[in-house]
Design a protein around this ligand. Structure first.
Ligand code: ADP
Ligand code: ASP
Ligand code: MG
Length: 417
C-alpha cells in the first residue's frame, strides 16, 4: 500500500464526462489498496474567464478580490469530483484551501505556501475517504483566500504530497509526460522516462509550462517524487510498463538517472520584452542604479548585455524581462532618467528566449558553439546570450522561435527516431 497524491489539470476536468473519467482513475488506485488524496484545477478556460471578468470590472483591481474570484473555479471542480467519486462508491469529501488549512503569505495573486496542516487529510485517508482538494488556493494571514499564481495547482499538489508524506505525487495532464520540448510545437519531441529536478526546474522556468516552477522547487527541496502522466490514458490500462511504471516521466534526483544525454531538452518563452538604455554614463554604480529600483518593484530582470555606445564614450545596457512587467519597468526607469544618466530608452516586445538544457553540459565542451553555429546556418540572429552550468539561452526575434526550437532539437539529436 502506498499513499498517493493525484493532481488533475484543467483539460482533465474540462467537463462532467471528463470528471467521471478522473473518478475512474482515482477508483483504480483506491481499489489497488492505496490511500489517495486528489488535487484539482479549474475546468480549462474557467480561470481565464474569471481573470477576464476581474479586468473588465476594473483594470486596476484589489488583489484580495481578484483572489476571491479566480479561486472559485477550483471550488466547482472539487465538489463535482467528490460527487462523481461518491456516485461510483468511493467515499470522498471536497476541501477548499481554508478548510485544510493550507496557509500562504500575503502576496495575493502569487502567494507562497507557508504551511499545511496535514493531520485532517491523513486521518480522512486512513479512514478510507478520498479528500478532493481545490488546488491553486490557500488562506492568507489576513484571513482571506489567496491564489498561488497561474498554474499553481501543481504547487498545491506537491506541497500536499509533502505534508501528508505521500510516496508519490502523480500529475495527470493532457500529455503523457515531460517531452524533450513542447510536443505541440515539435512533433518529433520524445517523452523523457526520467528528468532530474534541476533540469526540470530550468525547463519550467525557461518556458515549459507543463509544471509550475514553484512545484518543481518544492519537489526538489522536500524530495517529493513527481510523476507526470496522462489522464487521457485508459483508466484500466496496465499500470506497470517496461520500466516498472506506466507511461509518464519521473522527476527525480540526478543520481537516479543512469545515462545522461548532453542535452535533455529545449524550452522557449515568448513572454519576453527587451529594454535598451542608450548612451548611459560609464561610471561605477550605474548598473545598481538601473537594476536596484526594478528589483525593489519585484521585477525580475533576466538577460543583461552591456556594450559600448555608438559614440564610443558611453555604454548601452540591454536587458530582458517578462512582457507583463514591461510597462511598469519603463515607467520606473523614465522616472529615474536624470539620476541614472541615460539619453534614450528603446523597447521591443517582440522577443523570444530559446534555451538548451542538460546536466550533461557540465562535463562537455562546445555545446554552446554548436547552438550558435546551427542558428547561424538557419539565418537566425542572436540578440543576447546567457549561460549557466546546465543551460544556454539565446534571445531571438519571435518570428524565428519555432525554427530555432526545431533546429536545436534536431542538432542535439533529440528528434525521435
Ligand atoms: P494542466 O492543465 O494539466 O495543468 P498545462 O497546460 O498546464 O496542463 O501543461 C501541459 C501542457 O504543457 C502540454 O499540453 C504541453 O503543450 C505543454 N508543454 C510545454 N512544454 C512541454 C514539455 N517539454 N513537455 C510536455 N509538455 C509541455
Ligand atoms: N486554474 C489555475 C490556472 O488556470 C491553476 C491551475 O490550473 O493550476 O492557472
Ligand atoms: Mg498546468
Amino acid at each position: 500500500m502506498s499513499r498517493i497524491v493525484m493532481k488533475f489539470g484543467g483539460t482533465s476536468v474540462a467537463n462532467v464526462e471528463r470528471i467521471r473519467n478522473v473518478a475512474a482513475h482515482v477508483k483504480r488506485e483506491v481499489d489497488a489498496g492505496h490511500e489517495v488524496a486528489v488535487v484539482v484545477s479549474a475546468m480549462s478556460g474557467a480561470t481565464n474567464q474569471l481573470v477576464a471578468w476581474t479586468t473588465e470590472a476594473s483594470p486596476l483591481h484589489d488583489a484580495r478580490e481578484y483572489d476571491a474570484i479566480v479561486s472559485s473555479g477550483e471550488q466547482v471542480t472539487s465538489g463535482l469530483l467528490a460527487i462523481a467519486l461518491q456516485a461510483i462508491g468511493v467515499p470522498a469529501r471536497s476541501f477548499q484551501g481554508w478548510q485544510i488549512p493550507l496557509r500562504t503569505d500575503e502576496s495575493h495573486g502569487a502567494a507562497r505556501i507557508a504551511s499545511i496542516e496535514g493531520e485532517t487529510l491523513i486521518s480522512r485517508m486512513t479512514d478510507g475517504q478520498v479528500p478532493v482538494i481545490a488546488g491553486f488556493q490557500g488562506l492568507a494571514p489576513n484571513n482571506r483566500i489567496a491564489t498561488l499564481g497561474r498554474g499553481g495547482s501543481d504547487t498545491s499538489a506537491v506541497a500536499i504530497a509533502s505534508a501528508v508524506k505521500a510516496d508519490r505525487c502523480d500529475i495527470y495532464t493532457d500529455v503523457d509526460g515531460v517531452y524533450t520540448t513542447d510536443p505541440r510545437i515539435v512533433p518529433q519531441a520524445r517523452r523523457l522516462e526520467r528528468i532530474a529536478f534541476e533540469e526540470m526546474l530550468e525547463m519550467a522556468s525557461l518556458g515549459a509550462k507543463v509544471l509550475q516552477v514553484r512545484s518543481v522547487e518544492m519537489a526538489m527541496v522536500h524530495k517529493v517524487r513527481v510523476f507526470v502522466r496522462s489522464s487521457f490514458d485508459a483508466h484500466d490500462a496496465p499500470q506497470v510498463g517496461p520500466g516498472g511504471l506506466p507511461p509518464g516521466t519521473l522527476i527525480c534526483d540526478e543520481d537516479e538517472i543512469v545515462e545522461h544525454q548532453v542535452v535533455t531538452g529545449i524550452a522557449y518563452s515568448k513572454d519576453e520584452a527587451q529594454i535598451s538604455l542608450r548612451r548611459v554614463q560609464d561610471r561605477p554604480g550605474v548598473a545598481a542604479g538601473v537594476f536596484g529600483p526594478l528589483a525593489e518593484a519585484s521585477i525580475n530582470v533576466d538577460m543583461i548585455v552591456q556594450n559600448v555606445s555608438e559614440d564610443g564614450k558611453t555604454t548601452d545596457i540591454t536587458f530582458t524581462l517578462p512582457t507583463s512587467d514591461q510597462a511598469r519597468a519603463i515607467q520606473i526607469l523614465n522616472a529615474k532618467k536624470a539620476e541614472i544618466g541615460f539619453e534614450a530608452l528603446n523597447t521591443e516586445a517582440d522577443a523570444c528566449k530559446v534555451s538548451v538544457i542538460g546536466i550533461g553540459m557540465r562535463s562537455h565542451a562546445g555545446v554552446a558553439a554548436q547552438a550558435f553555429q546551427a542558428l547561424a546556418n538557419r539565418g537566425v540572429n542572436i540578440r543576447a546570450i546567457t549561460t549557466s552550468e546546465i543551460k544556454i539561452s539565446v534571445l531571438i526575434d519571435t518570428a524565428y522561435a519555432e525554427l530555432a526550437v526545431r533546429t536545436l532539437h534536431s542538432v542535439y539529436g533529440l528528434d525521435k527516431a
